[in-house]
Ligand binder design. Structure first.
Ligand code: ST9
Ligand code: ZN
Ligand code: ZN
Length: 333
């Protein structure tokens, strides 16, 4: 097992009592201190995810009959939703790596809803658990359970009991205290219906696109592609790539993921220095679009208090625990 990431200082220490638990739960077998739990597939999610992917496949055939404005709109929606995840759910709410004023928080909550990846509270809770218990049973998308589980399988099955048990030790008081997070959680289902499906379907009719085309392209295909771009951080960037900052952990640097995920593929850096708002050593010169936008928001006074790691600390860490590589691999080698 990879050593636990010890730099996620905001969180309380692991509850060692639950680690050494000898309780045998119903249908849980304990072997060599590892709880083996039968996977409980959630068939409703399998059917919905399967249907979404079939619809996305069908959408590809509609592309030639679409107006160019529709395709452009689909791309804009995909990038906006992505930004709601990277700058909103991830760097602002899950990691508190910078602060955002109320209007920016509202904007980020709106575009995070457009991405339909669970509400901000649930997304951030699972992500904090992911960092604190990375690559263990308590990690919601534990990459040690294989590529498919880390990518999507974790959304198609019940959570391992450790995720919920150890997840309870995570401090979520800041999320409970944010009225934007509370409000979004309260209205999440109708808001998703409106922002992720209805608006993307109706707006393109303004430039005479058919409802059929816009539903498939701007709602379903756009949503499916943005899910995969995000999921690749959990799967690809936990398995393939180099490790310039910490060779003892699984997360990697992967430039393909960086490009698809608005600068989020510098995952070896991010797990080593999780509270850095850039989530990377580099900025826009390495396509870290999210960092660039946070910088612009700070310049405009919409955001402030960016946390970053000093160059000196990064250099020393590279020498001490890095794998000797300097550059993010463009492709897995
Ligand atoms: C989706 C999420 O896709 C993707 C997140 C990816 C994260 C990536 C991170 C990478 C870094 C950032 C990169 C960004 C890149 C972006 C690029 C963009 C271009 N702690 O969950 P339930 C408790 S979602 C503590 O139902 P089950 C809690 O009491 C896609 N407690 O567990 C909870 O109740 P509540 C759409 C926890 O029954 C209760 O347990 N969604 C924790 O095992 C039950 O929780 C879907 O497809 C915890 N961590 O069901 C599936 N967790 O919540 C939606 C739970 O009320 N999900 N508890 O407080 C589900 O259907 C279910 O959650 C399930 C598990 C079937 C997966
Ligand atoms: Zn993170
Ligand atoms: Zn990770």
């Amino acid at each position: 097992m990879a050593p636990r990431n010890d730099v996620f200082q905001n969180f309380e220490e692991e509850d060692s009592a639950s680690d050494s638990s000898t309780t045998v739960l119903d249908d849980v077998v304990q072997t060599e201190n590892v709880l083996r739990v039968p996977v409980k597939i959630v068939w409703r999610n399998v059917v919905l995810m399967g249907a979404l992917h079939l619809a996305a496949l069908y959408s590809l055939f509609l592309i030639p009959s679409c107006r160019w404005q529709t395709l452009l709109f689909g791309i804009v929606l995909m990038r906006l939703g992505g930004l709601g995840i990277t700058a909103g759910a991830h760097r602002l709410w899950a990691h508190r790596s910078y602060k955002a004023r109320f209007p920016l928080r509202v904007f980020l909550a709106l575009i995070q809803t457009l991405a339909f990846q669970n509400d901000i509270f649930e997304w951030s809770r699972d992500h904090r658990v992911h960092h604190k218990y990375s690559e263990t049973d308590a990690d919601p998308h534990n990459a040690k359970r294989g590529f498919f589980f880390a990518h999507v399988g974790w959304l198609l099955s019940r959570k391992h009991p450790d995720v919920i048990r150890k997840g309870r030790s995570i401090d979520l008081s800041d999320l409970h205290a944010d009225p934007v997070v509370r409000f979004q959680r309260r209205v999440y289902k109708p808001a998703v219906l409106l922002l992720c499906f209805i608006i993307p379907t109706l707006l393109p009719t303004y430039w005479d696109e058919s409802v059929w085309n816009s539903f498939y392209i701007c709602a379903l295909l756009r949503y499916t592609l943005s899910l995969h771009a995000t999921w690749c951080v959990n799967s690809v960037a936990h398995m393939f790539g180099n490790k310039p900052y910490d060779r003892y952990i699984n997360p990697t640097e992967n430039m393909m993921v960086v490009l698809g995920a608005l600068g989020e593929g510098f995952h070896n850096f991010h797990h080593t220095f999780p509270s850095d708002y850039a989530a990377a050593e580099f900025g826009i010169q390495r396509c870290n679009t999210t960092k660039m936008l946070i910088d612009i928001w700070c310049f405009l006074g919409l955001a402030y208090d960016r946390k970053s790691t000093s160059i000196d600390v990064v250099k020393k860490r590279k020498i001490r625990t890095g794998d000797g590589t300097n550059h993010t691999a463009l492709l897995y080698t």
